[in-house]
Design a protein around this ligand. Structure first.
Ligand code: PAF
Length: 280
C-alpha cells in the first residue's frame, strides 16, 4: 500500500495503476475509519480493481472551529485497517495541499446544498463539494463510493458530477447496520443501554413507513413515522423529511415515485440519523 501526501506523489501512484490496466475506485473519507467505511471499500472493490482512499479532515465543511478540533483522528489505526483491506493507495494531504495559499475557487450545488440539512449547516455542503471536486481532480477515479446514510451528501455529489461532466461514476452504498437493525455510527457507543435499546425505533419507523408507502400519501407516511417515534418515550423526533429521491423536492399528496425519508432522532444529547428510499 502506497502512502502519498503530495499531489504529485498521488498522481504518479494512480498513473502507474492505470498503466497496469487497473480501473480505479475511490473512497473519500475523513479518517477514524469504522465498519461503514470498510463496507464502502468493499463496494468499490466490486466496481474497480485498485482502490484509492483519501483521508482528509476537511476544514471547510465544519461550521465551528471547535467541531473541527474535536474531530477524532487515528492515522496509524486507519492505515493498518486500509492495508488489511487491500487498498492500493492512501492519499493523506495536509490542509495547505488541498487549499493552497491564495486559493479562492469553490464548487457549490446552489439549490441542493442549501436545503434540508444544508439549511441548518450553512456552508457545509459547499465545503464537501469543493473538497470532493479537488480530490477527484487529483485522483481522477473511474468510480467513487459514498454512503447512502448521508443521503443529501450523496445527491449533492451526484449533481455536481453531472453538472461539471466529471468522468467518474458515483455509487451509493447501503447503510451498514448492527445485527438488530440500528444504523452503524460512531455515536452509538455513547448511548446508554436504555437508549441503545430505544434507538431501534428508527429502523422500526422506517419499516412501518415502507408498508405505509404502498398506495399511500405523504401525510400518511408522516403520521406513521411520527406515531412510531412517539411510541418510544426516550426518543425525540428532531427532523423528518419526505422528499423526491434525487431532487430532494418536498412532496405532497399520493406517492408517485421513489421517495426518500430522512429522519433524525435525539436520545438525550445524542442525535442519530437514518434514511430509506421507499416506493409506492
Ligand atoms: O462523508 C465524508 O466523510 C466527507 O463529507 C467527505 C465526503 C469525505 C468529504 O470531506
Amino acid at each position: 500500500m502506497l502512502i502519498c501526501r503530495s499531489v504529485s506523489e498521488c498522481r504518479e501512484a494512480v498513473a502507474k495503476l492505470r498503466q497496469n490496466g487497473h480501473r480505479i475506485g475511490m473512497v473519500p473519507t475523513m479518517g477514524y475509519l469504522h465498519a461503514g467505511h470498510m463496507s464502502l471499500i468493499q463496494t468499490a472493490k466490486t466496481q474497480s480493481d485498485a482502490i484509492v482512499v483519501s483521508i482528509f479532515v476537511n476544514p471547510t465543511q465544519f461550521g465551528e472551529a471547535a467541531d473541527l478540533d474535536a474531530y477524532p483522528r487515528d492515522e496509524d489505526r486507519d492505515l493498518a485497517l486500509l492495508n488489511e483491506a487491500g487498498v492500493a493507495v492512501v492519499f493523506l494531504p495536509e490542509v495547505g495541499t488541498m487549499y493552497p495559499p491564495g486559493d479562492e475557487t469553490i464548487v457549490e450545488t446552489t439549490r441542493l446544498a442549501n436545503m434540508l440539512h444544508g439549511e441548518v449547516r450553512p456552508g457545509h455542503f459547499r465545503g464537501v463539494t469543493t473538497v470532493v471536486a479537488r480530490l477527484f481532480n487529483i485522483v481522477q477515479p473511474d468510480v467513487a463510493v459514498f454512503g447512502e446514510k448521508d443521503y443529501q451528501q450523496l445527491q449533492v455529489i451526484k449533481r455536481m458530477v453531472a453538472d461539471l461532466h466529471m468522468p467518474v461514476q458515483i455509487i451509493g452504498a447501503p447503510t451498514v447496520r448492527e445485527a438488530d437493525g440500528l444504523a452503524m455510527s460512531s455515536r452509538n457507543v455513547r448511548l446508554t443501554p436504555e437508549d441503545r435499546a430505544a434507538a431501534l425505533v428508527l429502523s422500526r419507523a422506517l419499516d412501518a413507513a415502507e408498508t405505509a408507502a404502498k398506495g399511500g400519501t405523504v401525510d400518511a407516511l408522516h403520521a406513521t413515522i411520527t406515531a412510531t417515534i412517539a411510541s418510544e418515550p426516550r426518543a425525540a423526533l428532531i427532523g423528518l423529511d419526505i422528499v423526491a429521491d434525487e431532487t430532494l423536492n418536498t412532496l405532497t399528496g399520493p406517492l408517485t415515485g421513489p421517495t426518500a425519508i430522512m429522519i433524525s432522532v435525539a436520545f438525550g444529547d445524542i442525535l442519530l440519523i437514518d434514511q430509506r428510499v421507499v416506493t409506492p
